[in-house]
Design a protein. Structure first.
Length: 223
């Protein structure tokens, strides 16, 4: 009796053969890349192996290639970490951290870049945090924003506008207090001094009205 394969069995056999040929080609590529230590060849061979889905003992070949790739990438990754930390550029820092992970750098080796990135991210947040208090000119909010900005290491130029606004608002607050005291005392010299300071502090005329009225009354009495 003649043994015959039906079409399904033949297709299955062809699939197995094709799979085996592809597996051997991938293993050959991995071995060649490991021997050459070419970063590009290693990356290509590793990606192809991962896409294929090696199993069992073949995974040892893949792991070996990954370790060789990491060893080749390591010096460049460390140099990128150093350069990124010196530049303090957030995009460079993020890229250097990711490259360092691929190269298998330790957490301790990545920490300088991570720490610098955290510091720069805090600066961005602190800089953004200046906008609303500067617009509202609320004294307490401005003081808090300045304190955070200084703690985050912002440059003096970043804080100049809000510090100027804070000084102006503090002077206005002081001038209002002088006016209030002068109005209560009804002393002409006190009223004149308080009004002068109020005008210098750029208080609105409505805030000066009561002191001016009181001064006019007292001056009229003395006439």
């Amino acid at each position: 009796e003649v043994f015959r394969l039906d079409e399904v069995d033949l297709d299955d056999a062809n699939d197995v053969l094709e799979h085996e040929e592809q597996r051997l080609a991938i293993l050959t590529a991995l071995a060649s890349a490991v021997q050459s230590r070419s970063i590009q060849s290693l990356r290509e061979a590793i990606k192809e192996a991962e896409d294929f889905g090696l199993e069992g003992d073949d995974l040892k070949r893949l792991q070996e290639a990954k370790e060789v790739l990491q060893a080749e990438l390591r010096p460049a990754a460390l140099a990128c970490i150093k350069q990124a930390v010196e530049s303090r550029n957030m995009d460079q820092l993020r890229a250097a951290i990711e490259e360092g992970k691929v190269a298998g750098l330790t957490d301790a080796e990545l920490e300088p870049a991570r720490k610098t990135l955290r510091e720069e991210e805090r600066k961005v947040k602190a800089r953004d945090g200046l906008k609303e208090p500067l617009q509202s000119r609320d004294v307490a909010a401005m003081q808090a924003a300045i304190a955070e900005g200084e703690a985050a290491g912002l440059e003096a130029a970043d804080l100049e506008a809000i510090k100027t606004a804070l000084a102006e608002e503090q002077r206005k607050a002081s001038a209002r207090l002088l006016l209030s005291k002068a109005i209560r005392s009804r002393q002409v010299p006190d009223l004149q001094s308080a009004l002068k300071e109020g005008e210098a502090a750029d208080l609105d005329s409505s805030e000066l009205y009561e002191a001016r009225r009181t001064l006019a009354e007292e001056q009229s009495k003395a006439a």
